[in-house]
Design a protein around this ligand. Structure first.
Ligand SMILES: [Mg+2]
Length: 215
């Protein structure tokens, strides 16, 4: 029985077309360029390297002695999110209908996550936010992050469902017994650790129902 739903934040609770993640990426590149004295193409490469090597840019920054992690997180996430996001009544209604406990599990910092949830008008649905500081800056897809979340909510993996747009972040969830839902507007073949692939988060309810029926 699924008692908890762990939601990723960016590009999961809102669609990529909102443009917020694109702006985050631009800010990361600008930050690398300014702080490390890189030209833009080099800064783009650095960002890609960090994401590839560590799974998240934040972990790359954490390990880069030249960069200050708190300054990085503030500079990158200090975005007027209201310019990109609007209250989403359909999301609000969906979350209201789901009886499970809902949590945010994000590699972004807490204060940014809260602003995103408020801009979407859905903050009141969530019991809590597990952010990059909660994970000691070693975020998804590092398995320790998932174990820490399970411990904090007092649940076993099989009692949880995780919803994510970044498919690699679902592999450790599946390994811990969670039901995995991949939100993928573009579609495409699902890796074996994906339980259900949805082109739209609004299909979550029926996916959950068929999962509960089948187990
Ligand atoms: Mg995401």
């Amino acid at each position: 029985m699924i008692r908890h739903i762990l939601f990723d934040l960016d590009n999961t609770l809102y669609a990529p077309q909102a443009g917020l993640m694109d702006e985050l990426d631009r800010r990361i590149v600008r930050y690398f360029a300014e702080e490390l004295g890189l030209r833009l193409p080099e800064a783009v490469r650095r960002q890609a390297e960090y994401c590839w090597q560590y799974g998240s840019c934040t972990e790359g920054v954490l390990r880069d002695a030249e960069l200050d992690l708190d300054a990085f997180l503030s500079a990158v996430h200090d975005i007027p999110v209201e310019q990109y996001l609007a209250p989403d009544p359909r999301l609000d209604a969906l979350l209201r209908r789901l009886p499970q406990e809902k949590w945010i599990f994000t590699n972004a910092p807490q204060e940014y996550a809260r602003r995103v949830l408020e801009a979407l008008g859905v903050a009141h649905h969530f019991r809590g936010i597990f952010d990059i500081r909660f994970m000691d800056f070693v975020g998804k897809p590092e398995p320790t992050a998932y174990r820490r979340v399970l411990e904090a909510i007092g649940a076993r993996g099989k009692e949880c469902l995780m919803v994510e747009d970044a498919v690699a972040n679902l592999a450790p969830a599946r390994a811990l017994g969670m039901t995995t839902v991949w939100v993928t507007p573009k579609g495409g073949p699902s890796p074996p650790w994906v339980g259900v692939a949805l082109s739209d988060l609004m299909e979550l309810e029926s996916a959950l129902r068929s999962k509960e029926d089948g187990s």
